[in-house]
Design a protein. Structure first.
Length: 190
């Protein structure tokens, strides 16, 4: 298992799937321990954890909507079957090519989002939903939490009309706006 103690640097040289801390060798991957006594190396043969990279398309759940950022827990990377658990964020400037005053105008807690990784730093992963077919792929009513379906009419708002791509609750008929994908409601990649 990841983090399991393997041995010391005096016994073996660290190989693939291992890491060293304070002269001790630990497993960095899940898999089978292979000790090569002839060459004095230790390695782990097994699954290598999925590494996030700038440009990857990911899926996640909106956990919080703040004044300038949407917090998302990424659970899938497009093209990979394994689940992940990475905390990320979408800054208000990365939500749409159009003007978005407040993130709650485009996202709701629990919404399933498709985004693209734009920035990777230690303890920081930034997403965008500006380009292409990125945004909310499934949304839930802010009043009753039932699924929202796409409607073709514009919703009247205080500041005028919102663009098309509006949603209506299947249960309470509440109408809401989200920054949705072109294929909203059809989630085939998760």
């Amino acid at each position: 298992m990841i983090g399991d103690y393997i041995g010391t640097m005096e016994e073996f040289m660290p190989g693939e799937g291992t890491y060293v801390a304070d002269g001790k060798i630990y497993a960095a991957n899940i898999g089978k321990l292979v000790l090569d006594k002839k060459n004095h190396t230790a390695r782990i043969d097994g699954k290598i954890p999925v590494e996030l990279k700038v440009g990857q398309t990911v899926f996640g759940y909106v956990m919080a909507v703040r004044p300038t950022i949407v917090s998302v827990i990424v659970t899938k990377i497009k093209g990979f079957k394994r689940d992940i658990d990475v905390r990320t964020g979408i800054h208000v400037s990365q939500i749409s090519n159009g003007y978005i005053e407040k993130p709650e105008d485009a996202f709701g807690i629990g919404d399933i989002v498709r985004g693209r990784i734009t920035k990777m730093e230690p303890d920081l992963v930034d997403l965008t939903t500006k380009e292409g077919n990125l945004g909310v792929v499934k949304a839930f009513c802010k009043k009753c939490r039932h699924t929202l379906v796409k409607i073709e009419k514009n919703i009247e708002t205080e500041g005028g009309r919102k663009p098309k791509n509006n949603l209506e609750c299947t249960f309470c008929k509440n109408k809401e706006y989200r920054k949705i994908t072109q294929d909203y409601g059809v989630i085939t990649e998760i």
